[in-house]
Ligand binder design. Structure first.
Ligand code: SF4
Ligand code: SF4
Length: 444
């Protein structure tokens, strides 16, 4: 490996990885759920409006929600069957939005109108954008930004492509398994991006705690002349290495400006799961109706990596993994650092759900806040280079103006400040609150 030990310059932390629970578990397909709830809002941007009615029969891959707005992406049925309800409900990650509920007929009948993009390997970006929006491809690493909107950038022209395989949050291993089990499709998707942007700089960036994925992908590149320009970038195992701005700096030394995105510095960066979904859509005609997730933690009986239809209920996923242990205390949607607590086992997963984690006191020991001892750990480790303890003090005094002067709006909500604080102060919640207040103030 030529590129190794790459990382970002400010803050970050190495933490216990807890990946051994599932990193060797091959992806299993979950049993067909009896009911799915397809959320109309699974992405950044305008929610979709249902295109079906109660009583309709739908097939797998059929569009069930769409929106005219540019920043949006269609949603699709993930099982075949009958639409039994269209109503608002909470998703596993806490959104409250309209969902189309489908009772499965157990047949898994595919929509016969699905088709790949003709001559996709000689297409240009403009040709592909509409197709990708209709296929519902959004960032699956957590952000949910519609891919078609990211594909194009006029100024500057995108000249570097990076597939993000860092998977830096503890416990999660779904991207790791995708890189091992879908490697040829993943490399084909990177080659396709490289051709679209006429660039020779095309990378899959992987944290070095996944040596099997790194060596397997390198071997495949070495044995296929078509892929000779693709590169594997080995990144230091350090949280939050997978954040897009940190990754752009680590891999190609391009620093994204405050409030900017990687497109601003000519870098098209997307998660490996998203890239695979893109390839499945253009090359195989499959829209985004399922994804791989990790189910892990000491509170679940059988941790696994599973392929799940979008809209599957959390309860069905937990049952497939042997059920909850009696001593569980919390269920998380996403990773332990940035995920949200799940309150309803009936809530459905979305395209951005990377994991369902079940914790006992082993991972969530009871703690109480104590006074700050001015150790500065929170400041030293903050990747956004801001001062969480001063922002916390400002918010406790209701001084949003002061929090703004301290650049609370630059917080990337990584949770490191709370994680490293020996006084167990709830810093990240406080900075998140300040950020929200600042944004709401700027909208008044
Ligand atoms: S949550 Fe925000 S303030 Fe805390 S370490 Fe992360 S970026 Fe910094
Ligand atoms: S890490 Fe905790 S104890 Fe240390 S300075 Fe920050 S708030 Fe204070």
């Amino acid at each position: 490996m030529n590129l190794k030990n790459l990382t970002f310059s400010v803050g970050g932390v190495h933490m216990d990885e807890h990946k051994s629970l599932t990193e060797a578990c091959p992806i299993e397909r979950i049993d067909q759920p009896e009911v799915v709830h397809i959320p109309m809002s699974q992405h950044i941007g305008a929610p979709c409006s249902p295109t079906v009615s109660v009583g309709d029969h739908v097939k797998v891959g059929q569009v069930v929600g769409t929106a005219d707005a540019f920043i949006s992406a269609d949603v699709h049925a993930s099982v075949s069957g009958e639409v039994i309800a269209i109503e608002k409900r909470y998703t596993a990650d806490g959104r409250y939005c309209v969902c189309v509920s489908i009772q499965s007929d157990g047949q898994n009948t595919m929509d016969e109108d699905l088709h790949p993009f003709e001559n996709f390997d000689t297409a240009n970006i403009d040709d592909l954008m509409k197709f990708v929006k209709k296929a519902g491809i959004v960032g699956m690493g957590g952000a949910g930004f519609p891919l078609h909107a990211k594909l194009k950038s006029e100024d500057p022209l995108l000249d570097i492509v990076i597939l993000n395989g860092a998977e830096c949050e503890p416990f999660l291993t779904c991207d790791h398994r995708i890189m091992l089990e879908k490697s040829d499709d993943l490399l084909s998707s990177l080659k396709l991006f490289a051709d679209l942007y006429h660039t020779k700089e095309a990378y899959i960036a992987i944290e070095e705690n996944k040596p099997d994925a790194i060596s397997d992908l390198e071997n495949r590149i070495a044995n296929n002349p078509d892929w000779k320009d693709l590169k594997i970038a080995g990144c230091k195992t350090k949280y939050p290495q997978g954040d897009s701005k940190r990754m752009s700096e680590a891999v190609v030394d391009r620093i994204v400006p405050q409030n900017g995105v990687t497109n601003d510095v000519g870098v098209m960066l997307t998660n490996v799961g998203t890239s695979l979904a893109f390839y499945n859509a253009v090359a195989k005609g499959l829209p985004s109706f399922e994804r791989v997730i990790t189910v892990s933690g000491s509170g679940i009986n059988t941790p696994k990596n599973i392929l799940v239809p979008i809209g599957t209920r959390v309860g069905d996923i937990l049952d497939f993994c042997g059920g909850l242990k009696d001593n569980y205390i919390e269920i998380i949607c996403g990773g332990p650092m940035t995920g949200k607590s799940v309150f309803d086992l009936d809530s459905p997963i979305t395209k951005t759900t990377s994991g369902i984690l079940v914790f006992t006191e082993e991972e969530r020991p009871a703690t109480e806040e104590s006074p700050c001892i001015k150790c500065s750990r929170c400041v030293d480790h903050c990747p956004a280079n801001i001062n969480p303890t001063d922002i916390n003090a400002a918010i406790l005094k209701n001084r949003v103006d002061l929090a703004q002067e301290l650049h609370a709006d630059q917080c990337m909500e990584c949770g490191i400040c709370s994680f490293v604080c020996p006084a167990k102060r709830n810093l990240s919640q406080s900075v998140k609150l300040a950020k929200r207040e600042i944004r709401m103030g700027s909208k008044k």
